[in-house]
Design a protein around this ligand. Sequence first.
Ligand code: GTP
Length: 400
Amino acid sequence: MDTVLIYVIVGVIVLLGAIAYGVSLITGRRRTLEREAPPARPGLPAEDLDRQPPGDTTDTVAPPEHPGARATVEVEPEPEVAPAPPQPTVERPASARGRLQRLRARLARSNSSIGQGLLALLSRGKLDEETWEEVEDTLISSDLGVEATMELVESLRTRVKVDGATDEATVRGWLREDLLALVQPDMDRRITSTRVGDRPAVILVVGVNGTGKTTTVGKLARVLVAEDREVLLGAADTFRAAAADQLETWGARVGVPTVRSEKDGADPAAVAFDAVKAGIEEEVDVVIIDTAGRLHNKVGLMDELGKVKRVIEKQSEIDEVLLVLDATTGQNGLQQAKVFSEAVDVTGIVLTKLDGTAKGGIVVAVQRQLGVPVKLVGLGEGPDDLAPFDPEAFVDAIVM
Ligand SMILES: Nc1nc2c(ncn2[C@@H]2O[C@H](COP(=O)(O)OP(=O)(O)OP(=O)(O)O)[C@@H](O)[C@H]2O)c(=O)[nH]1
């Protein structure tokens, strides 16, 4: 009996175990199926997009069938286009013609006070010795120089004696005429900037650092580009590391190449040589060379500039040597002019920063001292603020 009971109990246990196993198999399968099924999505099912026939790439916008339903949109993938490399913008500089007229207001701003002062003194009616002394002082304070001042006062005294008229319009006429004569309008102020025979014109730009030399070379390149010249720059100012970068930037703005050395403190003569060589090979119209004018002493300067000059002349003559002077430095500038002219044959002067000084008389003083004309004047820091010197426009700005 006991044995039968044991068999019954074991049988029940086996049966229960089999039932439990069967139930667990069914639930496990259902869970797996649930896990594999995609989640239900609200609104228009996304699978509508998936069901678009492959290859149908046109944009399709199905109007919604009822409010709230989303349109089915298939957007053609953008073809992959490599971004275009940034193009350097080459500027078209303003023509140099009539620039001094345009910039006259800048000159007038600083220099017309002299003109106004002179006009007020000379049209007082009674011109006594004291007034003439004031006239002299005004002229000397404009850096005209003692000699030119004496000449001008002498001429004005004679006119007053002869004519007697001292109304402002008459005096203005005299002043204009006498100042113009002092500025020597007949001097040849052209700059050689076209090919000479079968070689480019070569312009050497010299001057003390800080006078605006590099800036002037850059501005001059623009003036010449505006006149359709092919220009090449030589960065022979190897003394100041940033000068070559500065020059290169000026050139790049108007599509002008710069020959430079990658080495700081390289031999300026070697850079000048390479620039002229490249200019000859490229058949450009003009090569402009920026130099470092370290005014440590006259002998050093002569050695440096002399070497640059000799090395260039192995390949080409030098057509222009432009001396850059800062108009605000007065007598100091005149002293520099003297030293440079002894080191190298200066053919023209560039007077920079005339916009910032009432000392326009320096034009007369420096021309007299060197016997060479002022060819260009700097009238601001803008890229087109360099103008060919025009004696009439200059004097008009003073006596306007
Ligand atoms: N207001 C004014 N500033 C000027 C003029 N010309 C040049 N300058 C400024 O003078 C400063 C010196 O100019 P640079 O061209 O660097 O002088 P630099 O003589 O070449 O000096 P280095 O490159 O060291 O040889 C700059 O800030 C120019 O913008 C001008 O006509 N008017």
